[in-house]
Design a protein around this ligand. Structure first.
Ligand code: KG4
Ligand code: ZN
Length: 323
């Protein structure tokens, strides 16, 4: 079955065609990031207006690039939450109209669950159950995935999301938006052991907190007024090191608690090469099999929404046009 996926939860407008929940035939992503850069973060009204302008074209391109015909599509799957309300509304309205006009079934999909599913695209299925860690600009959560319609939360951030912390630290260091990729690049030239940053503790063993470390970076920068380029790289590397260590520690702890032998990671921060390398080393030593999506599938995209939609459809799930 060919599934048309639609994703508009943040600033991206994305449409994809995925066959049988795994083979990606097309995955078109249009980002409005350049319109937000000067504000240092996403402006919801700008994002949703750009999505309204581009959604039809993006969906057309996805169908065209896939090489299939509209009549070959068997299902429309769309991100329904969480996300920016105005942005979600654009994708949902488009998906409903497409499903209605093509007389197709419709499926509403959770955006965070779709990030977990990204690792299952264009490769062999991952054996269930597994632990999933989603690290994005809006979320940092651990889950026990028994099935794709039985995803149980184990822990989550108590304040900032992990990607949000990368973005805010980049802003403090005057590096622009989005912060993750810039911090990763600068950190390559820095010493990760130079400054002892730590993520704050949480009451729940599997919860996270990133607001304290962000403030620690702010105080460090204020206390050391004239930071050289090398100092900035050291701050970036030391921050990235502390965050990576916390993510690894908690994700592997979750595996131990739930006696899970597999760990799946998704979300924008999972594109970070340093984090991926350290995760692989740690997982190998604990004999946990680790799965990351390809770099592009870590970011918001509609292929993960189409893929998860197919799995839920197979299990009998449907959404009404008035969801
Ligand atoms: O999953 P995503 O595209 O959107 C949300 O659902 O939030 O994640 C975007 C987040 C941003 O905070 C961005 O700074 C972060 O992912 N990010 C990274 C990297 N690339 C993107 N963080 C660390 N290292 C990266 N290479
Ligand atoms: Zn996302």
């Amino acid at each position: 079955m060919y599934v048309l996926g639609i994703e508009t939860s943040c600033d991206e407008t994305s449409a994809a065609i995925v066959k049988d929940g795994s083979r990606v035939f097309s995955n078109v992503v249009s980002s409005s990031i350049k319109f937000h850069k000067k504000y240092g973060g996403i402006i919801p009204e700008i994002a949703s207006r750009m999505q309204l302008e581009t959604i039809v074209q993006v969906a057309d391109s996805a169908v065209e690039e896939s090489g299939i015909k509209l009549k070959d599509i068997g299902l429309v799957s769309v991100t329904s939450s969480p996300g920016l309300p105005g942005s979600l509304l654009v994708g949902i309205s488009f998906a409903k109209a497409a499903a209605f006009s093509l007389s197709l079934p419709l499926l509403a999909v959770d955006h965070i669950h779709a990030h977990i599913y990204a690792s299952a695209l264009d490769r062999k299925p991952i054996q269930l159950p597994f632990i999933a860690l989603v690290v994005s600009g809006g979320h940092t959560s651990l889950f026990f995935v028994k099935a794709f319609d039985d995803i149980r939360p184990l822990g989550a951030t108590q304040d900032d999301a992990c990607g949000e912390a990368f973005d805010k630290v980049a802003k403090i260091l005057g590096l622009g938006y989005p912060g993750g990729p810039v911090i990763e690049q600068l950190a390559k030239k820095g010493d990760p052991k130079k400054i002892k940053f730590r993520c704050s503790g949480t009451d729940g063993l599997l919860d996270f907190s990133f607001s304290g470390i962000k403030t620690a970076v702010l105080y460090y920068v204020k206390a050391h007024k004239a930071l050289s380029r090398q100092d900035v790289s050291d701050v970036a590397a030391s921050f990235q090191e502390a965050v990576t260590e916390t993510l690894i520690e908690k994700a592997l702890l979750a595996c131990r608690i739930k006696k899970a032998a597999r760990l799946v990671i998704g979300g924008g921060v999972a594109a970070n090469g340093y984090l991926r390398e350290k995760f692989f080393k740690a997982a190998r030593s604990r004999k946990v099999s680790l799965h990351f999506p390809s770099g592009q599938l870590c970011m918001d995209n509609a292929a993960m929404v189409a893929g998860l939609g197919f799995q839920l459809f197979k299990k009998g799930h449907r959404s009404a046009l008035d969801f």
